[in-house]
Write a protein that binds this ligand. Structure first.
Ligand code: TYC
Length: 105
C-alpha cells in the first residue's frame, strides 16, 4: 500500500494487487424428463466440457440429484444459467439450474 497524496482530510491507499472477483457455481439439478443427451450437449456447448467429462457430470447429477457444471464470475454464471434454461424451455424440457457462491455447499 502506498500513500498517494498529502491532503490532511482524505487519504487514498493504492493496492498493488488486483482483487480477485468472487466465484459462483452453476449447478445442474436432476429431473425425470430432460433427456440425458440434451444434458450432455448443454455441458459441452455452454460449459465447454469434453465428451467424457460431460457424460460423467450428467450421470453424477442423474444419480446424486445435482452437480457443478462450471464455476464463473457472477455475471457469467447467471448468463449461462439463463441461456441454458431458455434453450431447455424451447425444447419443452423442465431442466433447472441454480447459481450459488463458491464456499457454500
Ligand atoms: N434424469 C434424467 C433422465 O433420466 C437425466 C438428467 C440428468 C436430467 C441430469 C437432468 O440435470 C439433469 N432422462
Amino acid at each position: 500500500m502506498t500513500r498517494r497524496d498529502d491532503s490532511p482530510l482524505t487519504q487514498t491507499l493504492e493496492r498493488s494487487e488486483t482483487a480477485r472477483p468472487r466465484l459462483f457455481r452453476v449447478l445442474l439439478l436432476n429431473d425425470d424428463y430432460t433427456p440425458m443427451d440434451f444434458v450432455v450437449m448443454v455441458l459441452r456447448r455452454y460449459f465447454r466440457q469434453d465428451d467424457a467429462q460431460a457424460r460423467a457430470i450428467m450421470l453424477s447429477v442423474h444419480q446424486k440429484g445435482q452437480g457443478v457444471a462450471g464455476v464463473y464470475t457472477r455475471e457469467v454464471a447467471e448468463s449461462k444459467a439463463a441461456q441454458v434454461t431458455a434453450h431447455a424451455r424451447q425444447e419443452e424440457y423442465p431442466l433447472e439450474l441454480s447459481v450459488e457462491p463458491e464456499g457454500e455447499s
